[in-house]
Design a protein around this ligand. Structure first.
Ligand code: HEM
Length: 442
């Protein structure tokens, strides 16, 4: 055991601390904590000890020591919904699966999906033609288009009703996970029962798609086919149906909700910054012209990419990432006890003056190559870090570039009068009452 002292922190139990107000204002609490205790702090929430880290070098330490910092309590609930897929699995099994699946998410492999992403986006934009002048919820629009994209690229299917229910089940699970003193998933609370029902539906639906695919001799260009074909380099083994099912469910759920949130916030910001939106339009027109969006064009959309990164700085779709310490450690001279939960919040760190000048300003130029040189690798971590870095980050960037580029060149966006963005920090950062705006043909 080390002689190091514990990190500083409040002495009250935050669950009952009125000032901390974590039940009603968790984001605000994180924001205040990283200001009051720069770098690192330790507090009790109910029966658990949480170490809140905001110093990029310490964040890097946690991400790059997976032997000490493992996925923790939250993972158990999530596993109920996602099975033993990439997000929730651990140890040797996770490593084997990650090695198998990683190559499928390589940029070059993804280029065959550009056309499918284009098609889903074009269909949405056609539908927008009928919606000009009326109030729409951009968050619903983005959820629908990202659901369609993931269904098409993963399984070559349209979004059927069941998938919508599955997406809703995810929200129920996320709400449940945010309860600090929650009941285990097997106890028949109304929330758990709904979750169990939707989960059964999800498992059956995906199982059936896999069974049908095994019988079907048609060639499909989708991730499911790729997942079915990948072989372990040593044993030449392929995934079992059960493994396939868990990975498909994981990619389906991890892949659409996060991206829908990121897109919604980007449109929210662009609606308030006409000059930035115009720069996006100018760039897209210059790079793409009258041609179809192609994979080669995407890397040339430099400003649009900066806009997306800046939007994810202010509104990171995954606003907090946790790990549990599996043994004693020392970070920055402070003691970390076995069993401590480590919380790292992209939302709080991305808004610290220490690392970001004028942090509340929407300023995509921060991500220009020259200015990026001065930013610590872990001062911006919307996709996490270390070996569990988001496997779908290239996919998400490609998807967001296409949706934003096409939508911005065809439409203008105005927030409805008096619209106020309210953030709901579940597992993902959701706009609580949507993003209400009017569309106009540009
Ligand atoms: C803007 C969109 C996205 C954001 C912000 C995001 C964020 C993240 C973060 C922060 C993690 C790490 C969680 C942790 O360390 O505990 C993660 C992991 C993961 N993401 Fe994403 N993600 C996005 C899109 C996607 C997409 C499109 C896919 C799939 C098509 C995907 C699939 C995954 C998977 C499978 C993991 C688990 C990786 C592993 O542990 O090996 N994500 N994501």
């Amino acid at each position: 055991m080390t002689n190091a002292k514990f990190p500083p922190g409040p002495t009250t139990n935050l669950l009952w601390d009125k000032e901390a107000n974590i039940r009603k204002d968790l984001l605000g609490h994180f924001h205040r904590t990283v200001r009051r205790f720069p770098s690192i702090s330790r507090a009790m929430i109910g029966p658990y000890h949480y170490v809140n880290i905001s110093e990029p070098a310490y964040i890097e330490h946690v991400f790059t020591h997976p032997d000490i910092y493992v996925k923790g309590r939250d993972n158990k609930t999530l596993r109920f919904l996602l099975g033993n897929g990439l997000v929730t699995s651990e140890g040797e099994f996770w490593l084997k699966q990650r090695r198998l699946i990683q190559p499928l998410f390589h940029k070059q492999r993804l280029q065959s999906f550009v056309q499918k992403i284009n098609e889903s986006t074009v269909t949405m934009l056609k539908n927008w033609e009928t919606k000009t002048g009326v109030v729409i919820d951009m968050h619903t629009e983005m959820t629908n288009v990202t659901l369609d994209i993931v269904s098409q690229t993963l399984m070559s299917t349209e979004v059927v009703g069941d998938f919508k229910k599955i997406s809703e089940a995810l929200v129920v699970v996320m709400e449940g996970m945010m309860k600090i003193l929650r009941l285990p998933v097997w106890i028949p609370t109304p929330g758990n029962l709904k979750m169990q029902k939707n989960r059964a539906l999800l498992f059956d639906t995906i199982q059936k798609i896999i069974e049908d695919r095994r019988k079907n001799k048609t060639e499909f260009n989708d991730l499911l086919t790729m997942l079915m074909e990948v072989e372990d380099a040593d044993t030449r083994e392929r995934m079992t149906d059960e493994q396939l099912r868990d990975e498909v469910i994981t990619i389906f759920l991890a892949g659409h909700e996060t991206t829908a949130n990121a897109l919604s916030y980007t449109f929210f910001l662009l609606a308030q910054h006409a000059e930035i939106k115009q720069r996006v339009v100018d760039e897209v027109k210059q790079v793409v012209g009258d041609n179809e969006m192609s994979f080669e064009n995407l890397s040339k959309l430099e400003y649009t990419t900066m806009v997306i990164k800046e939007s994810m700085r202010l509104y990171p779709p995954v606003w907090g990432i946790t790990r549990d310490a599996s043994r004693e450690d020392v970070i920055g001279g402070y003691r970390i006890k076995k069993g401590d939960s480590i919380a790292m919040s992209p939302y709080a760190v991305h808004r610290l003056e220490k690392y970001w000048e004028n942090p509340l300003k929407f300023d995509p130029e921060r991500f220009s190559p020259e200015r990026m040189k001065n930013i610590h690798r872990y001062a911006w971590f919307p996709f996490g870090g270390g070996q569990r870095f988001c496997i779908g980050n290239n996919f998400a960037m490609m998807e967001m570039q296409i949706v934003i580029a096409l939508a911005c060149t065809q439409f203008n966006f105005t927030l409805t009068e008096n619209f106020k963005l309210e953030l709901e920090p579940l597992v993902t950062l959701r706009p609580k009452h949507g993003v209400m705006m009017k569309l106009e043909r540009s």
